[in-house]
Design a protein around this ligand. Structure first.
Ligand code: NOJ
Length: 767
């Protein structure tokens, strides 16, 4: 943790005060004279007037986004594209920059545009603020396991506060791609497999990033990405094709995007993938017809990195110019780093292949977001170095990150109540390279945070004063890892294995920390095997041979296949990659200072061959089991997951009783549902009560179960509480092939419980 500076201690800023403070700082900077300020115009007038003054090149410039190309604290580049890009800043041909951060750095670049370009239209600065900025929260998939919308919103809020203090005013988050495939490395960046949970979390994240108003300098514009179906990459291989039916598109893929829209998200990003034969970047139906048309989205759409150009490789456009024409006409407003719009769009307009109205619309949308951010009033409102110093890495942010980390841990298994351990535990061994790792818990998409800044598990144990002996066992990595290269994994060096086995032999209790390196998930990190990488499985088996009293702590950016461990290891804790405060959260949970309450946002398979595996699947015509072979199953593995969606244990024990339906409003298709939840243990705890519905028979096949509500309930030992849900017609409806919401009268089943395997159910007829 960054030590408190004197200034920080003195200020002791809590979150509510941060908003007031940032408003005040912004007030100060708003009053500085700035170039090209256009006062006293309403938003749309200002944008319209500005548009009227712009040349075609300047308009296209607004649609052009460059990656940071110059070390703004050093010399200006002189060669190649970098030089051209710099010139384009001065000639008003850049609307946005990504990957430039730091109040001073951003200011310097903004000054070139504001002071040297003809109209001085400020840049919007984008960055991937995915799970924090300097202070890192758990990876998004882990946060989703908390099912805690307030905590998730708070995480996004703090991420925005830190990023905004470092010059950033736009994040490329949240990623709301639903995925059912743990092979896909980017599952770490989303909220898992469920459209309902995914939508609630999408909304929370947008609200967290954008706050009450984009004009507040502690907020940043959010991006709903990747529109659409990027998470359905075939084979779980990143950037691969998605081919899905309309039921899945409308009922599974699109709802979280719609939730972002309803929450007022400022921008969308399209995707690298082809969806049903059309690259998302050139998909007119998705962008122009659905998003901007039917849904009425009034922000702007940015391409993904180079995705306009990639339409050539897809075989959808003959060359970059064709791709530019297709993207612009389809409704893609800004070109991220294809260098296509800036070089070829003018020609396309002059040839009549892209209407000037398309350009004007795109530019208005972009300028409108800049206006909402207040950049025309003060282009430097995010560039205050004092604010940066005051807020980034603030102790309150670390406290909040720790809080979410605790809530994100999922107790997968706890035979014989082995956990929690007693702090006076004698003969405790800790084994596994990840236990000492200060980098992996930061996960992927850490972007601007500093390496080696996570609290390791060992540091967490030290803080609790736990007595243990540590052996790495086997090295996990074979060298340094970073965001842009394959992770070198140690497959051969067994040095250290014998010492770990010897330690286990002499110990009473073993904690093994195994899993993935932080950069083994994320973009471009698809895997075909979902076991422990490198020699860790061998280490686990050899330790188990001499001591089976093992607590397994799993760190990973995705569901792993834990079938071997599940059969033999009594206690398993899924700890994902929990960010800066990881080790404290894990140690507190192991020793009972924190009672786990997380629930899986993705199904854990028994074998990779089951993937894609998800709880809300359709029924087959041959459900079985029958004694002949002709039913829908595998001959070598169960069809059921190892741990289902929604699963997660606690040190408390919860009983469900009295599931009751209030049908007095049934004629309006509104139902009250209640259940009594009792904490029957002597431990205070939190349960996530989940409500699913199923429609046994309809004019289209409906999933076996669909989540429609959940509540986090905190109960002291022995306490009981009635938990109520209110269901409306929408909860029983589905989107048909035309994307229309349809309610079909008939019988429905309501299921309640602590996972998607909920045992309590009741039928109801609705007309
Ligand atoms: C590519 C990723 O797909 C996207 O999500 C990200 O925002 C951009 N790169 C910018 O880093």
């Amino acid at each position: 943790m960054k030590p408190d500076t004197k200034l920080k201690r003195k200020s002791k800023v809590i979150l509510g005060q941060i908003a007031a403070l940032t408003m005040f700082l912004s007030f100060l900077s708003c009053n500085k004279p700035i170039a090209n300020r256009t006062n006293n115009l309403s938003a749309s007038n200002r944008v319209t007037n500005l548009l009227a003054k712009m040349t075609l090149e300047e308009k296209i410039g607004q649609m052009n986004q460059y990656n940071g190309f110059w070390d703004v604290t050093g010399p200006v580049p002189v060669a190649g594209d970098a030089k051209m890009k710099y010139e384009h800043l001065r000639t008003g041909q850049v609307g946005s920059v990504l990957n430039v951060a730091g109040a001073a750095e951003v200011r310097k670049m903004q000054e070139v545009v504001v002071n040297e370009s003809r109209l001085g239209i400020p840049l919007i600065f984008g960055l991937d603020v995915i799970h924090g900025h300097k202070t890192l929260f758990p990876i998004p998939l882990a946060e989703a396991a908390s099912w805690d919308l307030e905590a998730i919103k708070q995480g996004a809020r703090i991420s925005a506060v830190e990023a905004a203090a470092r010059g950033i005013n736009w994040t490329f988050a949240p990623m709301v791609d639903i995925s059912r495939d743990a092979r896909w490395g980017r599952v770490m960046e989303g909220a898992g497999e469920d459209p309902y949970l995914g939508s609630m979390i999408a909304k929370a994240r947008v609200e967290g990033f954008q706050g009450e108003s984009l004009s507040d300098p502690s907020t940043i514009a959010a991006t709903a990405k990747h529109f659409a179906a990027y998470g359905f990459a075939e084979g779980g291989r990143d950037y691969n094709t998605a081919d899905i039916g309309t039921y899945t598109l409308y009922n599974v893929v699109l709802p979280p995007f719609k939730a972002c829209l309803d929450a007022g998200v400022a921008t969308f990003m399209n995707g690298f993938n082809v969806l049903n034969g059309i690259p998302a970047t050139g998909d007119r139906f998705l962008q122009r017809d659905l998003l901007k048309g039917k849904w009425g989205f009034d922000g702007f759409i940015v391409s993904d990195w180079g995705s306009i150009n990639e339409m050539v490789a897809h075989g959808f456009a003959a060359d970059l110019k064709e791709a530019v024409v297709a993207a612009a006409n389809a409704g893609c407003d800004m070109d991220m780093e294809s260098l296509g719009y800036v070089k070829l769009l003018k020609e396309a307009v002059e040839e009549g292949r892209v209407d000037i109205a398309v350009i004007d619309e795109a530019v208005s949308r972009i300028l409108q977001v800049k206006e909402q951010l207040g950049l025309f009033d003060d282009p430097y409102k995010y560039c205050d170095v004092d604010r940066e110093e005051l807020l980034v890495g603030h102790a309150d942010h670390h406290a909040a990150a720790l809080d979410v980390a605790r809530r994100s841990i999922v107790l997968l298994k706890n035979d014989g109540q082995l956990l929690p351990l007693k702090k006076k535990q004698q003969g405790l061994a800790v084994i596994g390279a990840l236990a000492a790792d200060k980098n992996s818990p930061l996960g992927s998409w850490r972007i601007q945070s500093d390496d080696e800044t996570a609290i390791s598990v060992l540091e967490g144990l030290d803080k609790l004063g736990v007595d243990y002996t540590y052996e790495q066992g086997v090295r996990l990595k074979n060298g340094a890892t970073d965001f842009i290269r394959e992770v070198p994994i140690n497959e051969i060096d067994t040095t250290g294995m014998a010492a770990a086995v010897e330690l286990a032999k002499q110990s009473e209790q073993v904690i093994m920390v195994l899993g993935e390196v932080g950069f083994q998930s994320g973009e471009g990190r698809s895997r075909t095997r979902l076991g422990f990488p490198g020699l860790q499985q061998e280490l686990l088996e050899r330790v188990h041979e001499v001591n089976d009293n093992i607590i397994l702590v799993v760190m990973s950016g995705r569901p792993l296949v834990l079938t071997w461990a599940d059969k033999r290891i009594p206690a398993i804790l899924q700890t994902w990659q929990l960010g800066t405060q990881s080790g404290h959260a894990i140690a507190e949970t192991l020793f009972g200072d924190s009672n786990p309450s997380g629930k899986l946002p993705m199904t854990f398979p028994r074998a990779v061959g089951q993937v894609p595996i998800y709880y809300n699947h359709f029924k087959t015509g041959r459900p079985g089991p029958i004694d002949l072979v002709f039913w829908s199953h595998y001959i070598d593995e169960s069809i059921y997951p190892l741990y289902p969606f929604g699963h997660g244990l606690s040190y408390s024990k919860f009983d469900y009783d009295d599931l009751t339906i209030d049908t007095t409003m049934a004629s309006t298709r509104n139902l009250g549902v209640s259940v009594t939840l009792e904490n029957t243990s002597d431990q205070d705890g939190v349960e996530i009560v989940q409500l699913y519905i199923s429609d046994p028979f309809a004019s289209v096949v409906r999933p076996v179960k669909e989540l429609k509500g959940f509540q986090k309930v905190s109960l002291t030992a022995g306490e009981a509480q009635e938990v109520r849900f209110q269901l409306t017609e929408k909860d029983f409806s589905y989107y048909n092939q035309l994307g229309e919401l349809v309610f079909e009268p008939g019988q429905f089943v309501i299921h309640l419980g602590g996972s998607s395997y909920c045992e309590h159910q009741v039928s109801v007829s609705l007309n």
